[in-house]
Design a protein around this ligand. Structure first.
Ligand SMILES: Cc1ncc(COP(=O)(O)O)c(C=O)c1O
Length: 352
């Protein structure tokens, strides 16, 4: 990866070991249940998160959708964050394709939904109301800066959900980043604890875990059997998908353990940015591999010019989002040396 691309961790290329494993993968027809590499990935993913079964899906979006449609019928309601990826960035698919009604709550700066607000949002029995079937959490919560929800908080939401007979789904696109932030010495144990109270969890192989594509949904055997049918409805049956699953096996066997490096690099980047005149960032908020920063009004160039010049003059990719705020995300290909190159480049461009 020659460019230094901080726009997202989704841009991460597969590692050389992944490419080799993909070239040599044993394959079969996964819709027939005959792809040995997919079967192995599903079995290992389920065991890793302490669940009975897992399903390999094409993307995080498909994992969330498969889960939502398996938990909810048409007109049922799910409670989720106004800033949740599922609400904001999945093309309205839950309502557009499955008629699942979103009930949105504000996401707090620490990434949580308030327990009292969740409880108030759960509907009683009344023919005027949709039926509340599902609560969705996102861990890490991306739009507030990659915040890790704790095991204790997740257990509280799980207990609330059980008390009202509602299911809990976790969009854990970056669940292992959360685990790595909470307990870098026990990433699998912490990920299992984060998943324990959920009825379903989606996690992505294709972000910080570097696989080229694919996500997993985990849950009970009965849930996953039904989810497999939902995946088929969504056109997600993938035949010789073992080629992708081979990379995914490396993600869950090896790549989850190196995420603390990405977090250390993110902290280095954030602290370095905080030292550059013209940059505004709250480096103390950086918990995982993500951060947001702005330029101050007196910076010599604006956000669009900075992004353009970083690209053309330094081959560094950073994109300003809404209102000129940058999101920077570290991953396998953003080494400590590359972080230092980025800091040097931004310092030079803002010094002019
Ligand atoms: C929190 C979160 N959930 C879900 C997704 C969707 O994943 P995909 O792009 O694989 O559909 C993303 C993508 O970035 C995400 O950040």
């Amino acid at each position: 990866m020659e460019a230094i691309d901080l726009r997202s961790d989704t841009v991460s290329w597969p590692t050389p070991a992944m490419r080799e494993a993909m070239a040599n993968a044993l394959v079969g027809d996964d819709v027939y249940g005959e792809d040995p590499t997919v079967n192995l990935l599903e079995a290992e993913a389920a065991a890793l998160l302490g669940k009975e079964a897992a399903l390999f899906v094409t993307s995080g979006t498909q994992g969330n959708l498969v889960s939502i449609f398996t938990h909810c019928g048409r007109g049922d309601e799910m409670i989720l964050g106004r800033e949740a990826h599922t609400f904001r960035y999945e093309a309205g698919s839950a309502s557009g394709m499955g008629s699942v009604h979103p009930h949105i709550l504000d996401v707090q700066p620490d990434g949580t939904l308030r327990l009292d607000q969740i409880e108030n949002a759960i509907r009683g029995q009344n023919i005027h109301y949709p039926r509340t079937k599902l609560i969705c959490l996102e861990n890490t919560q991306g739009t507030v800066g990659g915040m890790a929800l704790s095991v204790e908080y997740t257990a509280q939401v799980g207990a609330l959900a059980r008390r009202y007979g509602v299911k809990l789904h976790i969009d854990g696109a970056r669940l292992f980043n959360a685990a790595a932030a909470l307990a870098p010495d026990d990433i699998p144990g912490t990920a299992r604890a984060l998943a324990a109270d959920a009825d379903s969890v989606t996690f992505c192989l294709s972000k910080g875990l570097c696989a080229p594509a694919g996500s997993l949904v985990v849950g009970t055997r009965a849930f996953i059997d039904e989810a497999r049918r939902t995946r088929k409805m969504l056109g997600g049956g993938m035949r010789q998908a073992g080629i992708l699953a081979a990379a995914g096996l490396i993600s869950i066997r090896e790549m989850i353990y190196r995420l603390p490096q990405d977090h250390a690099n993110a902290r280095r980047l954030a602290e370095g940015l905080a030292d550059i005149p013209g940059v505004r960032i709250d480096a103390a908020r950086v918990q995982t591999n993500m951060m947001f920063f702005d330029l101050t009004p007196d910076a010599p160039i604006n956000a669009d010019t900075l992004a353009e010049r970083l690209k053309t003059e330094y081959n560094i990719y950073l994109r300003p989002l809404y209102g000129g705020t940058f999101r920077a995300v570290t991953h396998y290909w953003i080494t400590r040396e590359r972080v230092d190159c980025v800091l040097q480049a931004i310092r030079a461009l803002l010094a002019q």
